[in-house]
Ligand binder design. Structure first.
Ligand SMILES: C[S@@+](CC[C@H](N)C(=O)[O-])C[C@H]1O[C@@H](n2cnc3c(N)ncnc32)[C@H](O)[C@@H]1O
Length: 238
């Protein structure tokens, strides 16, 4: 296939999301609908906690975290996505940072009760230094929570993508085909202990709400993982 045919455009993650920003919140995205159904239970009570949202995009989760009573720092490297997040009516009080999460975040060790990264892992390469940075940012007793497109979706050739209304082209920000074992091994190498893992498939209710999901009925679409900083690693590095 021609990688740059008018029908499919492969872009860097940053450029892809800069383009996606304009319509990101308008899509009836089944992955997001599924995540919003299951993530709150994994995040737990947030009132009074400090939370960092890595790869915050248009601020969808950052705003939810803030509404739940957390003090939120929201990080993204796409100016387009961050501009949308800053412009939200419910963004007051959220600290925004334009930053590439492949580099250390300018915050002290253990600064956050929750380190959250939603639907970003497929763009992170390599995983281990990112997981190590998440562990560094997480206070002892806190947790690191990831949502991700389920690796089984990759078996169907699916990765993050959108249709650019200006050109009609399908735009694909660069994604990596991480497997479940890649996540688990990177977390182990980074000193994170797995505390929760769940896989969520498309059901009838979701398929009715999001017509795009009908063809994935019964197929795992979403992966949720929660980790805690391993005690020994935390003691030696914090
Ligand atoms: C699928 S969107 C998810 C946005 C938001 N977390 C959500 O769940 O709605 C992925 C986001 O990750 C951001 N991202 C990807 N790679 C990044 C990196 N290396 N540093 C910072 N942000 C990144 C993109 O700019 C985009 O906003």
């Amino acid at each position: 296939m021609n990688m740059n045919s008018p029908l499919v455009q492969h872009l860097s993650a940053r450029e892809g999301y800069d383009r996606w920003a304009e319509v990101y919140d308008d899509e009836n995205n089944p992955l997001i609908a599924l995540e919003e159904r299951h993530l709150p239970a994994v995040l737990g009570e947030l009132r009074g906690l400090t939370v960092i949202d890595l790869g915050c995009g248009t601020g969808r989760q950052s705003a939810r975290l803030a509404r739940a009573g957390a003090s939120v720092t929201a990080v993204d490297f796409s100016e387009g996505m961050l501009a949308r997040a800053r412009g939200r009516a419910d963004a007051a009080g959220i600290r925004f940072l334009l930053h590439d999460v492949h580099s250390p975040v300018p915050a002290p060790n253990g600064a956050f009760d929750r380190v959250v990264s939603c639907l970003v892992l497929e763009h992170v390469d390599p995983l281990l230094p990112f997981f190590a940075e998440c562990r560094r940012l997480c206070r002892r007793g806190g947790s690191v929570v990831f949502s991700a497109m389920h690796p089984a979706m990759l078996l169907r050739g699916i990765s993050a993508r959108f249709t650019d209304p200006a050109t009609g082209a399908e735009v694909r920000p660069r994604s990596l085909p991480h497997q479940l074992s890649d996540f688990v091994m990177a977390a182990m190498g980074a000193g994170l202990t797995l505390d929760h893992i769940s896989e969520h498939a498309v059901d009838e209710e979701l398929a009715q709400r999001c017509p795009r999901a009908v063809k994935y009925l019964g197929w795992p679409m979403l992966l949720l993982m929660r980790f805690t900083p391993a005690a020994a690693a935390n003691q030696s590095r914090a």
